[in-house]
Design a protein around this ligand. Structure first.
Ligand code: TTP
Ligand code: MG
Length: 416
C-alpha cells in the first residue's frame, strides 16, 4: 500500500486576522478578540502581538487587559468568521474532494491523489496557501505527514504562515527531542503523569514500555505510545460522510385549535427544550431561530431571526422563540400548529464551546443534568414548568415565567 499524504491546515490567529481585514489600521498592534475587559468576558483569540504579552485564548478578558492594557479589544462576530470559514473550506475542495473541517479554522485534507500533479508536496501546500491569501487575504499554516496526527504535529511546528512536512521515514528523527506536550491531545495533566515516569520527550515516550503506561493511563497509554511512534489515523471524512443536519426543529399540532397565548407559549417552551436537546446530542449550535405558527384555515407564518451568537440551550432558545412569537402572533386567532426551528448549524467545536462554557456555565450544567434525567426516566421526566403545565393539564400556569429553574440572563439577541 502506498503511503498516504495528509495535510492539516490551520488558519493563523483566525478571529483576529478576520478583524484585521476589516480594520487594517490595527495591523501591528496587540488585538484581542473577546468579551468586555471590565466584565466577565473571555478572550477567544489574540493577535500574535498580544500573545507576546502572555495573552491566550480562553483567558478572562480582565486578565488579558491586566497583561496588555494597550491592547485593542474587539468583540467577536461569529457569523462573520463562520462565513469566511465556509468559503475557505469550499476553496480547499478545489484541491481535493477529501476535506474534513475539524473546527472553524482547521481542516484535514487527504491529498494523496492530487499531489502527483504538482512538482512536490511543498509546491502543493504553497499553492493552497497562496489561493487562500488571494481570495481571503488571510494566512494559513500547513503541516503534512503520512497520517492526521503527524500532520497536526507538523502544522504546530512552524506557525504562522508556515509549512512543515514530516514524511514517515523522518518521523522518529523529528519527534525524538520534541516535548510530549506537542502531541495532539497531550495536555498538562497527561504531561504531569508522564513526567513522574521520567518521560519528557516524544522519543522517550515512543520507547516506553506500553504495559506500564497502560497501568497509569489505561487505553490512552497505548494510544500515546502509538502516536509517539508516528502512527495515526489516515482517513479523512468529508462532510457528506459525516452526516450533518442543516436545521433542527420540532412542531406540534394541537388536538383543538388554541388562541390563548400562554398555552401557545407553553408549547413553544416544550418545543424549544426538545430542539435544544437534539442540538446538544448532535454537538451542534445554531445562529438562526424561527417560529412557525399555522392558524386555523392553514395560513402559515414562519418568522425567524439571525442571532449574534450561536445557541444550543433552551434557556437561550426559548426567550428568542418567545419574542418571535410575540412579533408574529395575531392576537386572538386560533392556532393549529406551532414549531421552533434552529438553522445555520455549526458543530460546537472549541470556538463556541469556549463561549458556551464560560458564558453559560449554569445553563450547560443544567442542560447536562436534565439530559441525564431524561435519558434515564424519559422525555417528560423534567422540564420547564410552563411546558409541563401545558402538557399535564389545560390549567394556566400561575405565572407565564414559572420555571423549575431561573432562565439564564444571557440574551443572544444582544451583542456580547
Ligand atoms: P486556534 O486555531 O486554536 O487559534 P488561532 O487561529 O486564533 O491562532 P493560531 O494562529 O495559533 O492557530 O483557534 C481558531 C479560532 O477559534 C480562534 O481564532 C478563536 C477561536 N477559539 C475560541 O473561541 N476559543 C478558544 O479557546 C480557542 C483556542 C479558539
Ligand atoms: Mg488557527
Amino acid at each position: 500500500m502506498t503511503e498516504k499524504l495528509i495535510f492539516h491546515l490551520d488558519m493563523d490567529q483566525f478571529f483576529a486576522a478576520v478583524e484585521l481585514l476589516h480594520q487594517p489600521h490595527l495591523r501591528g498592534q496587540p488585538v484581542i478578540v473577546g468579551g468586555n475587559p471590565y466584565g466577565r468576558g473571555i478572550v477567544t483569540t489574540a493577535s500574535y502581538e498580544a500573545r507576546r504579552f502572555g495573552v491566550r485564548s480562553g483567558m478572562a478578558s480582565s486578565e488579558a487587559f491586566r497583561l496588555c492594557p494597550q491592547a485593542v479589544f474587539v468583540r467577536p462576530d461569529h457569523s462573520k468568521y463562520c462565513e469566511i470559514s465556509r468559503q475557505i473550506f469550499q476553496l480547499l475542495r478545489e484541491f481535493t474532494d477529501r476535506v474534513e473541517p475539524v473546527s472553524v479554522d482547521e481542516a484535514y485534507l487527504d491529498v494523496s491523489d492530487s499531489v502527483w500533479r504538482e512538482p512536490s508536496v511543498e509546491a502543493l501546500a504553497m499553492k493552497i496557501k497562496q489561493r487562500i491569501r488571494d481570495q481571503e487575504g488571510l494566512t494559513a499554516t500547513i503541516g503534512a505527514g503520512p497520517n492526521r496526527q503527524v500532520a497536526k504535529v507538523a502544522s504546530g511546528m512552524n506557525k504562522p504562515d508556515g509549512f512543515t512536512y514530516i514524511p514517515a521515514s523522518r518521523v522518529a528523527e523529528v519527534y525524538r527531542d520534541m516535548a510530549v506536550g506537542d502531541l495532539c491531545g497531550v495536555g498538562p495533566s497527561t504531561e504531569k503523569i508522564l513526567e513522574t515516569l521520567g518521560v519528557r520527550t516524544i522519543g522517550q515516550l515512543a520507547a516506553f514500555p506500553a504495559d506500564i503506561l497502560r497501568r497509569r493511563l489505561g487505553k490512552w497509554g497505548d494510544e500515546l505510545v502509538r502516536m509517539a511512534q508516528g502512527q495515526g489515523r489516515e482517513e479523512v471524512q468529508t462532510l457528506d460522510e459525516r452526516p450533518q443536519e442543516k436545521s433542527m426543529g420540532h412542531e406540534s399540532t394541537f388536538s383543538e385549535d388554541i388562541s390563548d397565548p400562554l398555552l401557545l407559549l407553553g408549547r413553544l417552551h416544550l418545543l424549544s427544550e426538545r430542539v435544544s436537546r437534539r442540538l446538544r446530542t448532535a454537538g451542534l449550535a445554531g445562529y438562526v431561530v424561527a417560529v412557525k405558527i399555522r392558524y386555523k384555515g392553514f395560513e402559515t407564518v414562519l418568522h425567524g431571526r439571525k442571532l449574534q451568537s450561536c445557541i444550543q440551550h433552551e434557556t437561550d432558545l426559548y426567550p428568542v422563540a418567545e419574542r418571535l412569537f410575540h412579533e408574529s402572533y395575531r392576537e386572538g386567532r386560533p392556532v393549529r400548529l406551532v414549531g421552533v426551528h434552529v438553522s445555520a448549524l455549526i458543530p460546537t467545536s472549541h470556538l463556541i464551546q469556549q463561549e458556551l462554557f464560560v458564558i453559560e456555565r449554569d445553563a450547560t450544567d443544567l442542560s447536562t443534568a436534565c439530559d441525564g434525567i431524561k435519558d434515564r426516566f424519559g422525555e417528560s421526566a423534567i422540564g420547564f414548568a410552563s411546558g409541563v403545565f401545558f402538557s399535564a393539564s389545560r390549567h394556566r400556569p400561575n405565572s407565564r415565567r414559572t420555571v423549575f429553574y431561573n432562565p439564564f440572563r444571557f440574551n443572544p439577541l444582544k451583542p456580547l
